[in-house]
Unconditional design. Structure first.
Length: 577
């Protein structure tokens, strides 16, 4: 912890040209390279119990990180060094390991570096011997864009974990190829059901998240960038004009310098800040625009089986009735059902006493597996007697919708529906019964649905099933002619397939994982491969025959949330009947 007290003040680089052979170290005389104005610095900054490499705005009293190199790598010790070589910036750790932090290679070709520079705009660049830029940080934003920087078509921002931890967080802002600017929670498919804020564009209209639309003349095409200029104009623009203005808070102080910074904050809200510098002695930060003002509108702010209540800084996460927090110190991680414990249960469902708790003005964003017209009393009784049902919503128009666990995107708001939650009765055992998975058979192509049973790891397998369901729910009819089943507590699969390897689904999936060929699972469908790999790893840990190898329920929920790293599981070695 003493490393956090290390002073990482930079020395002024008067020439603004960083020659080959220059180096930085957290404990050396030179820890960073400054811009000509001294307002931006590139180098080592404290993070966790070590140091990260990045760019920051030199504020008073606290610096503001605007970019981080290889942000998900672990912090390095105070004995690390960073050297400018002809092939980029080389990081040498205390253990003697060498890693290329910034590379000058372009399209598989090596471009020799001649020098580097920290520019006044906050852009760190590498030059070749002819002073042409061969790499720049503006092309690889993390969670921030600065004045003069664009978020180009097809790229995005990913929030940081927190203000002090700048590794990848839980939200992303994507400047999509279709011209739409959209915010999503990470580890989800990028579909409209998962979006929580957007500026949508077509050839007739441009519409904001609150459905305020402007007419479009249809001449802009899809090559649209998110642009922030140095005067504070934040807009969607193409190569020749501004299309849609998000914020225009231009300010020119006579006695100060103003720098604008747009960031996808760690809470998932996209905001624009202005930094006012008064000489070399003081500075002030102001919030000038925010995409959302209600924290509860951010999907995924509260984890599985919890809901968001309140607004702005008063927003908080609460568990649904019958659930408890995974971690009371971090309520955003979600909740688990009271009475559930790790391991398989052999309890008889008919012997478990359940109760129904009704609560108004609560909703969530999942899709029901059942929707019928009935009376209110019949709705809660239907959920009570259905082993698949974890909760139900009854609408005043007589519609009853039933849902499996876990529930996601929960929030408290005025609603015409009453929520029913199935909870274990006062005399119920600690081990409620598993929820059996449901298999669906497609008539046309391969059907891929990972249907997981809440048995050995109760709520966990359900979390995996629901997550996988939402990944593939829009693609299920495009996958082949195979009926597949993965069950947490048993491993019998009976199906006719073309090859023997495909009989054992878990073995086939495991082989694809270790061979780096997960694309075979989804053929030519457009899915997020990082999310797919995470779900596959979690599923393989879930079906380990040796129960000692199955991680605890809480750990697996954290894996699904993306807040815990997942090791490659051992081969499941499942036999088939």
């Amino acid at each position: 912890m003493s490393l956090l007290a290390v002073d990482v003040k930079a020395q002024q680089n008067h020439s603004n040209v960083i020659p080959l052979g220059s180096s930085l170290s957290p404990i050396a005389n030179r820890t960073s390279w400054l811009s000509p104005s001294g307002l931006f610095a590139f180098g080592f900054y404290p993070q966790g119990n070590g140091f990260a490499i990045g760019i920051w705005l030199v504020n008073h009293p606290e610096n503001t990180i605007v970019w981080t190199a290889k942000r998900d790598n672990p912090p390095v010790s105070s004995n690390a060094t960073l050297n400018l070589k002809s092939y980029g910036l080389l990081l040498r750790t205390e253990q003697g390991d060498e890693n290329l932090t910034l590379s000058s290679s372009q399209d598989m070709f090596y471009v020799p570096v001649g020098s580097a520079s920290m520019l006044h705009s906050g852009n760190f660049v590498l030059y070749d011997d002819f002073s042409s830029v061969v790499w720049e940080s503006f092309d690889f934003p993390t969670d921030t864009i600065l004045g003069g920087q664009n978020l180009s078509n097809g790229n995005g921002l990913v929030s940081s974990v927190s203000r002090s931890d700048h590794s990848s967080g839980r939200y992303c802002l994507r400047m999509q190829d279709d011209g739409n600017l959209v915010s999503y929670p990470v580890n989800n498919t990028y579909i409209s059901e998962n979006a929580y804020w957007k500026i949508s564009y077509d050839h007739d209209h441009i519409c904001s998240y609150n459905n305020t639309c402007l007419m479009s003349d249809g001449t802009f095409g899809n090559f649209i960038n998110l642009s922030l200029d140095q005067r504070g104009l934040l807009s969607l623009a193409n190569r020749s004009s501004h299309i849609y203005t998000l914020a225009n808070i231009s300010y020119f102080g006579k006695k100060e310098t103003v720098i604008y910074r747009a960031i996808l904050d760690s809470d998932g809200i996209f905001r624009l800040y202005s930094h006012h510098f008064f000489g070399n002695t003081s500075s002030r930060v102001s919030l000038v625009w925010s995409a959302l003002h209600d924290q509860c509108e951010v999907k995924g702010f509260c984890g599985f089986n919890s809901y968001c209540k309140g607004a702005g800084s008063r927003a908080e996460c609460r568990c649904f009735p019958g659930f408890e927090f995974m971690n009371s110190g971090n309520k955003c991680l979600g909740c688990y059902k009271m009475g559930y414990k790790d391991g398989c249960s052999s309890s008889n469902d008919s012997m478990i006493p359940y109760d129904i708790i009704a609560q108004p003005n609560i909703s969530w964003g999942d899709f029901p597996y059942s929707m019928v017209r009935t009376e209110q009393d019949n709705c809660n009784k239907s959920c009570l007697g259905d082993s698949n049902c974890g909760a139900a919503l009854f609408y005043m128009n007589g519609t009853c919708t039933k849902y499996k666990l876990p529930l996601r995107y929960g929030r408290s708001q005025n609603s015409s529906a009453i929520a029913f939650f199935k909870v274990i009765g006062k005399n119920g055992p600690d081990h409620p019964p598993p929820f059996p998975g449901t298999l669906m058979d497609s008539k046309r192509k391969m059907t891929l649905i990972l249907s997981l049973t809440l048995g050995s790891i109760a709520l966990l397998c359900s979390a995996i099933a629901i997550s996988c369901f939402f990944i593939y729910r829009h693609q299920v009819h495009s996958y082949g002619v195979m009926l597949l089943e993965i069950v947490c507590c048993r491993s019998n699969i009976e199906v006719n397939v073309s090859t023997a390897d495909e009989i054992l689904l878990s073995n086939w999936v495991y082989n694809c994982l270790v061979a780096g060929e997960l694309y075979k699972l989804v053929e030519d469908e457009n899915v997020d491969m990082k999310t797919l790999e995470r779900m596959v790893k979690v599923g393989l840990w879930c079906v380990q025959e040796d129960r000692a190898l199955r991680p605890p329920m809480k750990d697996l929920i954290l894996m699904l949330e993306g807040t815990m790293d997942i090791e490659v599981p051992p081969s499941p070695a499942i036999s088939h009947s």
